[in-house]
Design a binder for this molecule. Structure first.
Ligand SMILES: [Zn+2]
Length: 163
């Protein structure tokens, strides 16, 4: 299966032998090459940086966004942590610590903004209730587009290897 912006995927029945898969790939090599050449989006071009640089930038970005958005949302942040979380972009503890994935600096600014606003809204509404999403929409009217971007490209940011 070849989907835009994703590595090609081969779907085979369970217990298909490695040999059969290789033979299939050989057989369809030309087709696969044509599909990949036609794929409109060849992935993101991500700026080279070390993890340390990424974390420093992420911290500055998150602090700036929180300084702008927290007063508007009427919330106070007690602690900010920058992490390398494999599965999430941000999280909010019951004690008011907000954690963010440093890889957010690789995302477009509006996407990073949405993730920060999402976690800030959890300080007012812990669950993903309709009330929560109304709060998010109030601060980021285009948030569904930013969620879609993360669903489509998040894996590319997670796969990024710092230099
Ligand atoms: Zn959430």
């Amino acid at each position: 299966m070849v989907a835009p912006g994703r590595p090609p995927e081969v779907v085979v029945p369970l217990r298909t032998s490695e040999w059969t898969i290789r033979a299939l790939l050989d057989q369809h090599e030309g087709w696969l090459a044509r599909q990949l050449a036609r794929a409109p989006e060849r992935g993101l071009t991500l700026e080279a940086m070390t993890e340390r640089q990424g974390r420093t930038r992420a911290r500055a970005l998150v602090h700036k966004l929180i300084a702008e958005e927290a007063p508007r949302l009427g919330v106070t942040v007690t602690r900010i942590a920058i992490r390398d979380q494999r599965t999430r972009w941000g999280s909010c503890s019951s004690r008011g610590t907000l954690s963010f994935n440093w890889r957010l600096v690789l995302a477009p600014p509006e996407v990073a903004g949405y993730v920060v606003v999402h976690e800030l809204c959890h300080l007012r509404e812990p669950s993903h209730s309709p009330r929560f999403w109304r709060l998010v929409a109030g601060a980021r009217p285009g948030y569904s587009e930013q969620r879609r971007w993360l669903a489509e490209h998040g894996w590319e940011l997670q796969a990024y290897t710092p230099s």
